[in-house]
Ligand binder design. Sequence first.
Ligand code: SF4
Length: 450
Amino acid sequence: MRRLSEVLRAEYGEKVYKLSLSSGCTCPNRDGTVGAGGCTFCSAGGSGDFAAEFAPLEQQIADAKARIRKKTDAKKFIAYFQSYTNTYGDLERLEALYTEAISRPEVVILSLGTRPDCLGPEVIGMLKRLNAIKPVWVELGLQTIHDRTAVAVNRGYPLAAFAEGYRALKDAGITVIVHVIYSLPGETREDMLDTVRYLAALEPPPDGVKLQMLHVLKGTPLGEQYEKAPFPLLSLEEYADLIAESLRILPPETVLHRMTGDGPGKLLLAPEWTRSKKRVLNTLNRAIAHSIRLSGILAITCYNVSNDKLPTRCPMEYQIMHATRQSIRVRFCRRRWTKTEAEALRRALAAAEGIETVKIYPATGGIYLEHTGQEAALAALDAVNAETLAADPYADDDCITMEEWAARKLHPALKRRMRTEILVEAAADLFLPAPAQFAFHAYQLLKLKG
Ligand code: SF4
């Protein structure tokens, strides 16, 4: 699953920063239109505690840029209207405000947080017009699919309203990002995963998700409830496990916008572990990496070859490093490939239906495929059989066994060569643009032939 920063960098060629802005809207779940008091977890800031105070847009943008530029020389921005319900109010005023925001050349995306029950036909019309100027993202605070929880946290709309709003946005060609909160009172792990399964089954699936642990904040109805009778919250380890499982469920085309939140520290009642964002992110990244490895038991089996041992079949583990509608990147975990295996694999994959480009990185066990359909690409990988790969297992002089690789008991000369190859492959991978990668790979193939 791709992360937002990666997607933005690929699209805009550099890091894109969010300008947290305010539209001056309120929320129908606070002003009595659909409810009073708001969602029980929502702070007075309307779930956007870092947004600017409402002021002329010019000033808000200048202030937000100044805050960002203290840290970095940012050039491209997302105009992000997060707090409250940014499609609720005088639409003429809102359209003028958002048009002004995206008329600036440095603003590349408009992002609006809202509720699915505030997406009537006039709102959709406005979003379509704005989307014709610059990409518009709409962020929907679903939090959970379970209506009993939605009632308990006073969300103020049923799941059916989400489904309707989502459909209207997707029919209008708008990018939709869905917010989910884990550890809402009364929800089990399976309840939370059911929310993710529901999102994964949407047609089309969400363009993005923001996954977040519940922050119980002072001054909110939920905070009062917690102070009177603390209810159980997920531990960091349970949350990390849940995130890893969620990423396995969500489709690869859904972009991960966030997997942890930034609650206002002064207001935080629980859980304490959310205060250390660095520790949380490290734990989450470790859990995700572990989960990807476990899930990547490939149907390919490959002979484990060496010069002095008979081949034995062994399953190979792989990691899906990156997957899009057009490409998939897989890295094998256990060992490098021999030149023969790499060439056999390249030939087999290049001949498979639906595969357009194959790049093989023998020293790092990587494959990059451009395809016309992800299922076809995975099926092609599955269809490669051991016999194909082991066409001539004794032709290479640098085959290594799984045991040697695991124990790093390799001949020092081979180790040195592998280090160099791996460095070159990694550098090519990281820094070369696509045509150069292709040239690099052609060079590798020539080398393999020679
Ligand atoms: S809909 Fe959003 S802004 Fe409104 S009360 Fe709920 S969380 Fe807060």
